[in-house]
Design a protein around this ligand. Structure first.
Ligand code: SF4
Length: 303
């Protein structure tokens, strides 16, 4: 009898050990899976869970989100961070309604053509929502493949075509099994083959892992420092957005000025929010979330 493949070993482990997450439940819709993938891109699972539940309770289908305002999408995004994702998700919902009758498409080229849906997200939706065979490569999968197959401790800079090919080579031929393996690779990288503390003694592929076989016991790659947040423009943007999210109408500039003492940094952060399409000026010197209320009056061009 032949030895079980890498994918078989990891898939078996996944079926016994996968975390119980709502977007993995059998009834999760393609829209729910798409929402989860966008939220999870830059935010940990524990923070995504409540936001995901609230988002889908309010907008269970793309048409519901498309019919609501961008301001409400930003509000519901709350403190997940990188709030432009909320706008992109709403644009995506609108495109799904306009191009696909409100159903998340199952074709990879159609998914890739949606606003805010990139290489990773399109393949994740095609695999996890529709059971298709595609390499789904995030940071965790790149690390697992790099260690287990190439024997390197860290994946280094992304090289998209090579990463996709290396992962695809590990997938079973049958689509449903390939989709399961894709989820399993991601989970292994997220909870066992982690960046700094891989738990090789609990890994289903320890006996065949090239990096383990090389005798390494700790990752030798560069340590990535956590990004600083306190005192950055990102923090100031978050504080300004927090005030605007809580408000039901335009917020006068003096109220916004209270969130941060450094005027130059405050002005820069506010300008960045406007430039990113999250906030718009209204009236003389007030601001609101974009599209939050009636349309702005057109400027008087006769004067
Ligand atoms: S044996 Fe260790 S390094 Fe290799 S894939 Fe498993 S956890 Fe990662």
């Amino acid at each position: 009898m032949s030895e079980p493949t890498f994918a078989t070993l990891v898939s078996r482990w996944y079926e016994e050990n996968a975390r119980d997450l709502p977007w993995r439940k059998p009834g999760a819709s393609p829209w729910a899976i798409l929402v989860s993938e966008v939220m999870l891109q830059q935010t940990p699972v524990v923070r995504v869970l409540p936001a995901y539940e609230a988002w889908l309770a309010r907008w269970p289908v793309p048409a519901a989100l498309a019919a609501d305002t961008p301001a409400e999408a930003i509000r519901m995004w709350g403190r997940l961070g990188y709030p432009r994702r909320a706008l992109r998700l709403r644009e995506c919902a609108t495109a799904i309604v306009e191009r696909h009758g409100g159903e998340v498409p199952d074709r990879l080229d159609h998914l890739l053509a949606l606003p805010g849906v990139g290489t990773y997200t399109a393949r994740a939706v095609a695999a996890f929502a529709y059971g298709q065979r595609h390499p789904v490569v995030d940071t965790n999968v790149r690390r697992v493949v790099c260690r287990a197959v190439a024997g390197e401790p860290d994946a280094g800079p992304a090289t998209r075509p090579a990463d996709l090919l290396a992962t695809e080579a590990l997938l079973p031929a049958e689509p449903a099994a390939a989709a399961l393996a894709s989820a399993a690779f991601m989970e292994l990288g997220a909870v066992v083959c982690t960046a700094r503390s891989p738990r090789c003694d609990q890994c289903p592929v320890e006996s065949t892992c090239a990096w383990r076989a090389s005798g390494q016991t700790a990752p030798a790659g560069p340590t990535r420092r956590p990004q600083r947040y306190a005192g950055t423009d990102r923090q100031v943007r978050g504080l300004l957005l927090g005030v605007l999210r809580e408000s039901t109408g335009p917020v006068p500039r003096p109220r916004l000025d209270q969130v941060w003492t450094d005027g130059a940094q405050r002005t820069r952060a506010l300008a960045g929010l406007v430039q990113d399409g999250l906030v718009e000026p209204v009236g003389d010197d007030s601001y609101r979330l974009v599209g939050d209320g009636p349309a702005l009056p057109l400027p008087d061009l006769t004067r």
